[in-house]
Design a protein around this ligand. Structure first.
Ligand code: NAP
Length: 482
């Protein structure tokens, strides 16, 4: 079968000026999922120009009519659900059920924000002055740049695109090079749904060149980025020179606190789920589990036993629980941190090596790895690894656990496992993270409420839920004497 070729999408046209880059299957690196047109700074310029030209008509189309197009795009994705999910497993490596869950989420996100088209509430307040009617309406901010990572290659583009569009903005989307196809499928659906030319533009290619061109594109008014702290910091520096509105969602080192009074088996299950599913490549994954002294030994044993039951393999296989690392660079990073962990904390209790038996040799597979007796100053307790590596840490009591949990620069997600209601509320008010879970895995969020972190993990307004509208729109306030 010929390898499919995926062009960029600029001003309503599919543009392929060549050359191409490969999108490879991380479970079988000899399989090319597709060839993508390698965009250039010129493509970004063209895309931003097209977005600027499309802006007046799109911004003045009534918001329910914009919503109708988003509903249509959601229906198109829904009809192709199986194919879009399979594409995601092949390009990113997550298991097929996980990919289906993500595609379902993207569809729901489009429907949710399509519905916002019929609301988009402004503000109304009573004036102190006689016969003055005052209100604030929402207006779009203009051309918006979206830069997305590979780990949620559909949901993250969806949760940026849908609110940007419903608010009346036009968009240039730059997807991650490791997994651009899932975002491409959304753009394809928007095109088929009748989105006017130039409203969404898609340019794939090298992040350094395209990111720089995007942040400098004259029509740009805002940028929403999800990815690493290094790239986020660089974009922030560039964007602030031009006073671009910016939103950054970046790295984490998310803790799960397990107290002695927790439902033991549920705590084991939630920790293993949050640490290893999606190969630990969720931004909200647990990478530190902080366990109260009284149950520490028993909990480590139970974690290891549960982890032993996980099957690593090609995500297309029905019995696989964990897929591969997304690419060679990510595999190398994880193996490097495992070596650091060995020096700091001794041999891992389980895992610690690349898996190469049989067909696994073709992919970027790593055994889920647990280090025990990790202490707060160790590198593996402080730096984001973004792979299936879990650090187990001992805490004297709840206060000690909370202190350890907060003692890092990141603040994306955090979880507590306990049956003590007071401790739950202490955790809710004092844990320094933007996303908290109680007796659930630290990973696994929904789209109806604000999403994002605090401290070094995030910058700017939150994403998703009603909060997303705050980033993608501005208020215009009117005082009217009658
Ligand atoms: P990344 O290397 O920062 O890449 C993210 C995006 O930025 C990609 O599209 C990338 O393009 C692009 N990029 C690279 N260099 C750039 C530059 N100089 N200027 C502008 N854009 C540039 O991150 P990643 O490896 O894809 O994703 C993993 C990271 O994302 C982890 O740190 C994870 O915690 C974080 N993440 C955070 C959240 C959250 O909500 N907080 C969610 C998901 C992931 P290329 O692909 O072409 O390099």
């Amino acid at each position: 079968m010929d390898t499919p070729v995926f062009p960029n999408y600029i001003d309503g046209q599919w543009i392929d000026r060549g050359p191409h880059f490969e999108n490879r299957n991380p479970a079988r690196t000899d399989e090319i999922v597709g060839l993508f047109a390698k965009g250039t700074a010129r493509d970004i310029e063209d895309a931003a120009g097209a977005a600027a030209r499309a802006l007046p008509a799109w911004a003045s189309l009534n918001a329910p009519a914009r919503g109708a197009i988003l509903y249509k795009a959601a229906d198109i994705l829904d009809r192709r659900f199986e194919q879009v999910a399979a594409d995601m497993t092949r390009e990113e490596g997550k298991t097929l059920p996980e990919a289906k869950g993500e595609v379902r989420r993207s569809i729901n996100i489009f429907r949710y924000f399509a519905g916002e088209g019929a609301r988009l509430a402004g503000l109304l307040a009573p004036s102190e002055r006689d016969r003055v009617h005052m209100f604030a309406i929402r207006k779009p901010i203009g051309v918006v740049g979206l830069i997305t990572p590979w780990n949620f290659p559909s949901a993250i583009p969806a949760w940026k695109l849908a609110p940007a569009l419903i608010c009346g903005n036009t968009v240039v989307l730059k997807p991650a090079s490791a997994a651009p196809l899932s975002a491409w499928r959304i753009v394809e659906a928007l095109h088929e749904a009748g989105l006017p030319a130039g409203v969404v533009n898609f340019v794939a290619g090298p992040g350094g060149e395209l990111g720089q061109a995007l942040v400098q594109a004259p029509p740009l008014k805002a940028i929403s980025f999800t990815g690493s702290c290094q790239v986020g910091d660089r974009l922030h520096a560039e964007a602030s020179k031009r006073r671009l509105r910016i939103q950054l969602e970046m790295g984490g080192k998310n803790p799960t606190i397990v107290l002695a009074d927790a439902d033991f088996n549920a705590a084991v299950e939630n920790t293993v789920n949050a640490a290893f599913f999606s190969t630990g490549q969720k931004c909200t994954a647990t990478s530190r589990v902080i366990v109260e002294d009284a149950i520490y030994g028993r909990f480590v044993e139970a974690l290891v036993e549960r982890t032993r039951q996980l099957r690593v393999g090609d995500g297309m296989q029905p019995d696989a629980h964990i897929g591969p690392c997304v690419d060679q660079a990510q595999l190398d990073t994880v193996l490097r941190y495992i070596e650091i962990g060995r020096k700091e904390a001794g041999a891992p209790r389980i895992g610690g090596q690349r898996l190469t038996a049989g067909d696994l040799a073709k992919g970027n597979f790593i055994a889920p790895t647990i280090f025990a007796d990790v202490t707060p100053e160790m590198t593996i307790a402080r730096e984001e690894i973004f792979g299936p590596v879990l650090a187990v840490m001992r805490a004297r009591d709840f206060e000690d656990a909370l202190r350890i949990a907060n003692d890092i620069p990141f603040g994306l997600s955090a979880s507590i496992q306990t049956t003590n209601l007071s401790r739950v509320f202490e955790f809710v008010y004092r844990m320094e993270a933007g996303l908290l879970t109680v007796n659930l895995p630290s990973a696994g969020v929904e789209y109806q409420l604000p999403f994002g972190g605090t401290k070094d993990s995030s910058f700017g307004p939150k994403e998703q839920g009603p909060a997303a509208l705050e980033f993608y729109s501005d208020y215009k306030t009117v005082y009217l004497k009658y």
